[in-house]
Design a protein around this ligand. Structure first.
Ligand code: NAP
Length: 238
């Protein structure tokens, strides 16, 4: 890592991609706090439902007190969903929008004052490669993640002058508990091995692949990269 020790918050950092990002930012020398429904996998974990603004604000107060202003935010909390659109209840639609999109609204809005105050910030939103061409039975999830990409671009324009970069990382096919749950419920259509055969680099992604990209985007060196949607997908952007 080049440069300063910062305070970072990683949502969804209790598992999978978020946990790998939190571990990597800690190795990079940052003070890292994880917000998750079950944060027990990480030393500085806070039990937070990121769809609840009061819980986000409360945990942020504790993080600021312990570590100082938050200048790196990675939004990785997410929830997938599989439902034929005609069978999709409005409650399920709303829940998936809440976890994948509204959580980003809450966390970004709550953390921005710290970044503006410091004149420096890095926001990284984990979206999904499904936003490139859509995904059957995942209309609610793809709608939410596509909105996250749009939000990313707009915030980049709005807060670039304040020294804050905002980027999205849409992962491809990453081997995590979320993916394994989907496979065991028969929701991937085919096996993970079939998907690997359709991936140019011929392997599933690892959480560490996403973490390495986030590490760079959070660094001083990435200061001229903003408003970008940076796919990490082994060459398969569907
Ligand atoms: P994961 O292992 O299920 O991790 C997601 C984490 O988010 C879990 O720890 C989960 O907590 C937490 N979470 C869910 N709802 C939350 C809430 N309301 N408040 C706080 N934490 C919450 O999934 P992953 O595969 O690492 O996914 C990480 C991100 O990458 C997600 O945004 C996902 O949509 C995206 N993504 C993943 C893939 C992939 O192939 N794996 C592909 C594209 C995009 P609990 O486990 O306690 O519920």
């Amino acid at each position: 890592m080049t440069g300063h020790k910062r305070t970072a918050v990683v949502t969804g950092g209790g598992s999978g991609i978020g946990l790998a990002i939190a571990d990597r930012l800690a190795v990079d020398g940052h003070r890292v706090a994880v917000f998750d429904l079950d944060p027990s996998g990480f030393p500085d974990g806070y039990t937070v439902d990121v769809t609840d603004r009061d819980q986000v604000d409360h945990a942020l107060t504790e993080v600021r007190w312990a570590f100082g202003p938050v200048t790196i935010l990675v939004n990785s909390a997410g929830q997938e969903g599989y439902k034929r659109f005609t069978n999709l209840s409005f409650d399920t639609w709303n829940r998936v929008i809440d976890v994948n999109l509204n959580s980003v609204f809450h966390c970004v809005q709550a953390v921005l004052p710290d970044m503006i105050g410091e004149g420096w910030g890095r926001i990284i939103n984990i979206s999904s490669s499904s936003t490139h061409s859509g995904q059957p039975y995942m209309s609610h999830y793809v709608a939410a993640k596509s909105a996250v990409n749009g939000l990313t671009k707009s915030l980049a324009l709005e807060y670039g002058p304040a020294g804050i970069t905002v980027n999205a990382v849409p992962p491809g096919f990453i081997d995590t508990p979320m993916l394994r749950r989907s496979e065991s419920r028969g929701l991937l259509g085919r096996t993970i091995g079939d998907h690997i055969q359709e991936t140019p680099v011929r392997r599933a992604g690892r959480p560490e692949d996403i973490a390495a990209t986030c590490s760079f985007l959070a660094s001083e060196d990435a200061g001229y990269i903003t408003g970008q949607i940076i796919g990490v997908n082994g060459g398969r952007s569907t």
